[in-house]
Design a protein around this ligand. Sequence first.
Ligand code: CTP
Length: 445
Amino acid sequence: MRTVITYGTYDMFHEGHRRLLERARELGDWLIVGVTSDSYDLSRGKLNVQQSTLERVENVRNTGLADQVLIEEYAGQKILDIQEWGVDVFAIGSDWLGKFDYLKDYCDVVYLDRTRGVSSTKLRNESMGIHRIGLVGAGAEAENLVKEARYVSGISVEAVWDPNAEKAASFASDMELGWAYESYPDLLSNVDAVYISTPVDSRPDMIRQALQADVRVLSESPLTLSKEETEELTGLAERKDLALVEGIRTAYTPGFQRMVAYARSGSIGFIRSVEATLTRVRGTEPVSASDAGAIAELAVYPLLTVLKLLGGEYTDVRCRIIESGTTKKHLFARIDLEYPRAVASVKVGIGVRAENDLEIAGTRGSLYVPAPWWRTQHYETRFEDANENEEFYDRLEGDEFRYELAELSSRIRGNGRSAYKLRAEDSVSIAEVVELINGTTPIKA
Ligand code: CTP
């Protein structure tokens, strides 16, 4: 018996898929089809697959062409599958030409001509419709967004507005955008969503105007510098049923989601303490923080982490800040939150460097996330009995920005299923602490 194997995502099953399976089947007597798991697709940067693993398996089964279906869960699995199932032929579409030659050590490798004119990506774009994104602010972050948006289905960055019209015009020409508008209302009447990356003091007004014009919003974080204003804007978005996505990239990465869920699942016992540090001496990683409220812009990352791990029901919050005597800028802040049964401590600094890690202490063990924990790719649990220790890896494909844009794309379509990643009440809690940071009398250095 000659066994053939082929792999794919098989999202929105189409004619190209069916023809590929038919021809693969003709290469032998038994056809095995590997269907990628949702998490494998996420980890290799395929963020907009529309159907779940189960639906995609059903797509393949319904053709009646597969004798056996298996799930592909990790890179390198093909080599093991081929050996385990005694595969004679590996078949794949010609878009992969040469990429699987390494399998020739294990079986024959056949590249089949790809069917022209159809692909899941094309179908996704057609069925989703493309939503037009306008940029508010023509800075480095907007540039990064344009680059990452190319990897996300269903959105297209088309226009820019900046208070400095010349800057907007040259940005549009450099980044090959269709339009640079001279007025913000003009931009709003020509796009479906905006990405706001102007300085924080201008954001509330930009967000309000966009929502009032029925335009969805992705805004850099924090949305505003006050709890009251954040409540007003998240309330407005809710009443108008429009997506308002706060751009804390970490919140949307799969590694962060899993780390939080794992920590809260009792794996390290009850969480009693969270310590998260995010400091830098120079450079713009992970956020650009050049304007007023810079330290607050950095603090949103560890604050979100504390809220996700311990919840929003803190009973007390205190803040200490060191300010530069010469530049009057905040250099370092330490924020302590008290919960009924836990404490948290957040340290942020610009021009002061501390160990940038995240430590979660539980009644059974600790969970440690080394820098850059805000990209959350690697974390480990540590117990008194070292045999129990475990390490976890969740690779991030590309920039965290990509995941944030995938979130925007899905929320624009009215899919609120993922809104739990950063809820309106999280935004309000964050704004409350940010307000406190900015209202604290600093120690001069
Ligand atoms: N395939 C094909 N002809 C097409 C599309 C896909 O022969 N027009 C083949 C691929 O080469 C692969 C298999 O079908 O061997 C599964 O591909 P998959 O990646 O699931 O489909 P795509 O339509 O290419 O998906 P995407 O657009 O998301 O990359």
